[in-house]
Structures are given as structure tokens and as C-alpha cells.
Design a protein around this ligand. Structure first.
Ligand code: SPV
Ligand code: MN
Length: 632
């Protein structure tokens, strides 16, 4: 008997052993045996796809293993440690084998020493605890999009979350056991009051060569739920090899006239309105976070990697997010993370009803007026507090949500937090300009979803910066090339929900994003004309004012329109300067077309500036006969 089989036989018993052996995959067996040998758990439990397993894991979690029950049936809550409330970029690194480079903008470390470091931290990390081995699938099973995954963890909360967020994959694993698969090895490390004690020693190390991610001394789902952002990094590598795209994007059906549905992908950095866009009233959702894109028969298709949502809860209320609010406040499976708990009920900032005077949150006892060590009031819930819920609990789930073929992709939108530069919505002239001037030029003011100072303007390529695992130039080229052989590539738009006036007041309301989307849907289908600006096409007032009236019952004045849709030339020029500077200094392999396109756009902006001044009203550009262009 070889060493692997020997370990498994000795340390895995009964049904768990049989389940492992029913997957005739030597790689899998070796991975599990190595993890057992290293982490040294008390016992090993191997999950199948059966409901009993799911219930067992949930029971385990709720019994003091990371979750606690709430009054509403099916609802539980989870707290992460005080210093474990978001993705932690500094300690998330790619392990680079000799000869591999990713460029200056991606965080990496030498594979040999990185592996030694993380393995030392994982050593004996599960002593006295049960190791769970669980099989799941990215995207629907049995499809060209599917990727099989195995998660090893000592956290029932992680597996419980995965059961809500992903499709079960054990049966598929048995069938396709020769295929490549992704491996995730996580341990919470030493615990104190159910939270990871040594968070200063948290590490998330990604072995691209071996499709394996190691994560230790952390519990926050973005660092531990393997199939989420850890898998996205592996998927980008795989997609690069195989000619498809793995993106940080939602998928939604935008509902146009006469029951027409056009499917959109939307890329936004964390906490910039991605989920709330996918949840807009009257529209349907397929997924809110990660999408794979593939080509078939000269068309692009997109599929949801997930089947649940791990969404930001702040400001989710009955008025602004009725679908989510309903799903997370009615009986059913919901995990609340890092909210305030009082008398068995969850509370959070912006929930639309009064908060209790006291309760418990991830920092311990909380009371109204509590001050932190910095002298500032401690908020009841963390800014990155979240809910985990199945998409099937949503009334606005799109009927195609689990279609193994994905859905045909009509358009892509790129959005970020931008107080003073981009107009609310603008269509790029074509795929190439869209990828370069919208996606690859995306910037956003930082938020609480990752650790660090909030409010700083940051470059974030396609909103995927945190997850790209190939040199950035190559990643752009893959995006550009993806349109090859596609007859009518999707339209590409930028959106900006965060434009402010000179008094720092938002120019638009929360639901106005619906109008930008509905206009984009009309544009994608050639229903409306547009005004040509130096950077793309923007709406005519006459096309959006009626949408405001009929959809939101709002009067959108021409004055508001002119203010929001004026082209702010100096700000745009400064933006392209900033972005170009990043490519020139940090991205060695930037394709030449990126610089050529920046030069073209800059020239158009300068010509317009010479002719019309710094801030150009859309009416100036719409001067009849000159700038109104017919649809594509
Ligand atoms: C994000 O931050 O983009 C998320 C949540 O979707 S996390 O799981 O932390 O990545
Ligand atoms: Mn995300």
C-alpha cells in the first residue's frame, strides 16, 4: 500500500472512507492525505451531495462552531474577529515557481519559501477538531462552464456558506475524476471564543501551478470560502490557457420593451452598487458577483459561477432593495455576518427601522453611543457586514439562472465610485475601446470591503484587480481577443452612480441607476439614437426623461441632465494620464493598442476642449446634424 492510501485508511473511517474511495482520483487522494498529515485533525468527515450531509454541517456550525441560531427559522449569525472583517490583500499572495513572473502590480512570493511558510502555519492546525472534505462545483454541473472543486476546512461555517452559494459537486466529481479540479485547504487556526486567534498570522497563498489555495488563521468568507475569490484567481489562469474569461461581474436580465430581455454582465469593485444593480426592481438576477464567459457559434455566453449571494447588508432596506430585504427577513436559510444581534434578531445600519439601544456585535457588547479606542462612535454593524442567501429565495431570480449553457451576453457595464469625472452612462464606440477606455481604465474610490483607508481613488482593472492572476497586459489582450470571431460583440458601457455636485451632494438618487441600465438596453438593441462625445455615446435628454417618468415617477429636468452629462474634459484627461502612468510604470506587457487608444481619446478630448472649453454641455455636442449619430 502506498503512503497516501496508508494515511487515508488509518485516518478516515466508515462512510467517509468509502466516499473518498468512490472518487478514483489519485490527485484527490494525495491532496486529502497530505492535508490530514499536516493539519492532524481528530477526525475526517467526507461530504456527499445528500441533504443529510448539508444538515449535519449546518447543525455542527450552529452548535458553537462559528454560527448561532436567530429567532427566525433557518436564520443564523456569524462573527469574524475584530481584525478579520475583509479580504486582506497584503497577505494574499501568488506562489511563483522559478521562471514565472506576474508583473509589479500583483502580490506574489517565491513558491518554495511561501509554501514552507504557510505549511508551517497549517501544521497541527486541526488538532482536536474535525476536518471536513466537501465537493462542490463552480457554475451549473454538467456544462462546459463547470469546474469541480474540493474544499478542506475545519470550519463548518465555511462549508455551510458554500452549500448556500454553490452547486453540490460530489456526484460530478465521481464522473469526471480525470479532469483538472481546484483544491482549497483552509484552517481557522487556533480559536478563541470561536474566532481565529492568530489573525496577525493569516495567510492566503495561491499555488497557480497546482491549482491549490492555502488559507489559514482567518475566517472572513472572502479569505476562506474557496469557491469564491480564491477560485476566481485560479479560474483566471485556467481561462487564460483555454481562451475564455473569468470575471468579477454580475449577470442580470434587463427588461426592455415588449417583454424583451437583454442579458448584461456588470463589473464593479466591491461595495460600488454591483449587487443593488443586479437587484433593480423590474429586472431579473442570475448572479451578483462572478461570471464566466465563453464563446459558442460566434456568440458570447455567460454563466453564473454561484447560486447564492454573499452581499453587503448595510443600507439593505424594504424601500431600496425590496427583493433582498424580503429574502433575508422571511424564514429560510440565511447567514448574517458581523451585524448587531439583540434578542435573537439581526440589526444593521440603514435597515430602515429603528435599532435597539444595546446588543452584541463582533466587538462584543454594543450600546448606543459606544465609543471605540479612536474616540469615534462604534457602528452597530460593520460596514462590510454581509448576508448569505440562496438566489432561489429571491422573487426576481431569472428563469435561466441555472441554465448549464449560460445566457447570451448582450452588453457589459463597468462602474466605479467616481465623484467628479465620468457621466452616469456612456457607451463605448466599439469592443476594443470599451475594453481599454472603460474596463482597463476603471478607477474607484476605495471602500470598506478590503482593509485600508476608504475614499482613495484606486485603479482597478475591470474591477478584477484583486483577483487577476496573469500579467495585466496579457489579461487585457485576452479580453480584446475574446471578441474575435464574434459577429456582433456585446455593447460596452461605463456607468457612474456616484457623481457629486460642487457641494458634495450626489447628483442622482439610488434608484436612478435603473434608468441608465434601461437606456443601455435600448441602445444595445438599436432602439435609440445617442450623442457622440470624445469618449463614447451618451443619451439624448428626450430618451431618458420619459424613462424617469414612467419607471420612477420622477421628473428629470433638462438642467439635471446637462449637469450630469456634461463632459468634464480636464478631469477625463487627468484620469487617462493617471491610468496611463500606471500601465507605463507597473505593467511591462501592456499591449501597444492600449497606448494608441489612450492617445486617440486624448486627442479627441483636446480637440473638443479647444473648440468648446473645459466643460462641454451635451446640448453643445448634440447640435443637430453634427453630433447625433444613428445607432450601430
Ligand atoms: C467582494 O468583496 O468583492 C465580495 C465579497 O464579493 S468577498 O467574498 O470578500 O470577495
Ligand atoms: Mn465581489
Amino acid at each position: 500500500m502506498d503512503r497516501v492510501q496508508e494515511i487515508l485508511k488509518k485516518r478516515v473511517s466508515g462512510e467517509s472512507f468509502n466516499r473518498l474511495m468512490a472518487v478514483p482520483n489519485a490527485d484527490l487522494h494525495a491532496f486529502v492525505a497530505d492535508a490530514i498529515n499536516l493539519a492532524n485533525p481528530k477526525s475526517v468527515y467526507v461530504c456527499s451531495d445528500a441533504l443529510e450531509d448539508r444538515n449535519r454541517i449546518r447543525e455542527m456550525a450552529v452548535n458553537g462552531n462559528g454560527e448561532h441560531p436567530l429567532a427566525t427559522p433557518g436564520h443564523t449569525y456569524h462573527f469574524d474577529g475584530i481584525n478579520d472583517q475583509g479580504r486582506y490583500k497584503e497577505v494574499t499572495k501568488y506562489l511563483l515557481p522559478e521562471g514565472m513572473t506576474l508583473g509589479a502590480s500583483l502580490n506574489s512570493t517565491d513558491k518554495k519559501s511561501g509554501l514552507a511558510e504557510v505549511r508551517a502555519l497549517l501544521k497541527d492546525s486541526m488538532v482536536g477538531r474535525e476536518m471536513i472534505v466537501c465537493f462542490l462545483c463552480l457554475c451549473p454541473t454538467g456544462s462546459e462552464f463547470s469546474i469541480s472543486c474540493v474544499q478542506i476546512t475545519d470550519s463548518p461555517y465555511v462549508v455551510h456558506s458554500e452549500y448556500i452559494l454553490y452547486r453540490p459537486g460530489y456526484e460530478q466529481f465521481k464522473k469526471v475524476s480525470g479532469d483538472e479540479f481546484f483544491k482549497f485547504f483552509h484552517s481557522q487556526g487556533e480559536l478563541i471564543n470561536e474566532v481565529s486567534k492568530n489573525v496577525d498570522k493569516k495567510r492566503i497563498y495561491i499555488d497557480l501551478e497546482d491549482d491549490t489555495v492555502y488559507s489559514v488563521n482567518t475566517q472572513y468568507a472572502g479569505n476562506t470560502v474557496g469557491l469564491k475569490k480564491l477560485a476566481l484567481r485560479l479560474a483566471i489562469q485556467k481561462a487564460n490557457k483555454e481562451g475564455w474569461l473569468a470575471e468579477h461581474m454580475f449577470i442580470m436580465g434587463v427588461h426592455g420593451p415588449k417583454e424583451r430581455v437583454t442579458y448584461f454582465n456588470g463589473a464593479f469593485p466591491s461595495a460600488c452598487g454591483k449587487t443593488s444593480t443586479a437587484m433593480l426592481p423590474g429586472q431579473t438576477i442570475i448572479g451578483d458577483d462572478i461570471a464566466y464567459l465563453r464563446k459558442r457559434g460566434g456568440k458570447m455566453f455567460t454563466a453564473n459561477v454561484e447560486r447564492g449571494i454573499f452581499g453587503i447588508i448595510e443600507d439593505v432596506n424594504a424601500k431600496d432593495d425590496p427583493s433582498i430585504y424580503h429574502a433575508i427577513t422571511t424564514p429560510g436559510e440565511v447567514i448574517y455576518g458581523n451585524v448587531l444581534i439583540a434578542e435573537g434578531k439581526p440589526y444593521w445600519t440603514g435597515m430602515g427601522s429603528p435599532l435597539p439601544e444595546k446588543g452584541v456585535n463582533f466587538q462584543g457588547e454594543w450600546f448606543n453611543g459606544k465609543l471605540g479606542s479612536d474616540g469615534k462612535p462604534v457602528p452597530p454593524s460593520h460596514k462590510n457586514a454581509r448576508y448569505t442567501v440562496s438566489i432561489s429565495a429571491l422573487p426576481n431570480r431569472d428563469p435561466e439562472a441555472d441554465n448549464p449553457d449560460g445566457v447570451p451576453l448582450g452588453a457589459i457595464i463597468y462602474g466605479g465610485r467616481d465623484s467628479d469625472t465620468l457621466v452616469p452612462v456612456e457607451q463605448a464606440f466599439d469592443w476594443t475601446e470599451g475594453i481599454i477606455t472603460k474596463g482597463a481604465s476603471l478607477e474607484s474610490e476605495t471602500t470598506a470591503a478590503t482593509i485600508g483607508q476608504a475614499g482613495v481613488r484606486t485603479f482597478n482593472i475591470m474591477s478584477n484587480q484583486d483577483f487577476v492572476s496573469i500579467p495585466l497586459g496579457r489579461y487585457i489582450q485576452n479580453n480584446l481577443d475574446f471578441a474575435k470571431g464574434v459577429k456582433n460583440p456585446p455593447a460596452i458601457f461605463s456607468v457612474n452612480y456616484f457623481l457629486r455636485d460642487e457641494n458634495n451632494k450626489y447628483l442622482n438618487g439610488i434608484l436612478d441607476k435603473m434608468i441608465w441600465l434601461l437606456w443601455a438596453e435600448l441602445r444595445t438593441n438599436g432602439d435609440v439614437d445617442a450623442i457622440k462625445t470624445p469618449t463614447g455615446y451618451i443619451p439624448l435628454y428626450k430618451d431618458i426623461a420619459p424613462l424617469f417618468k414612467t419607471k420612477l415617477d420622477k421628473t428629470y429636468t433638462e438642467e439635471q441632465y446637462v449637469k450630469a452629462f456634461s463632459i468634464r474634459v480636464p478631469n477625463l484627461l487627468a484620469k487617462f494620464d493617471r491610468v496611463e502612468q500606471i500601465y507605463r510604470t507597473k505593467v511591462d506587457d501592456t499591449p501597444a493598442i492600449v497606448y494608441e487608444t489612450f492617445a486617440k481619446v486624448r486627442k479627441r478630448l483636446q480637440d473638443a476642449q479647444a473648440r468648446y472649453g473645459d466643460v462641454i454641455s451635451p446640448d453643445t455636442l448634440a447640435d443637430p446634424g453634427r453630433f447625433v449619430f444613428k445607432t450601430r
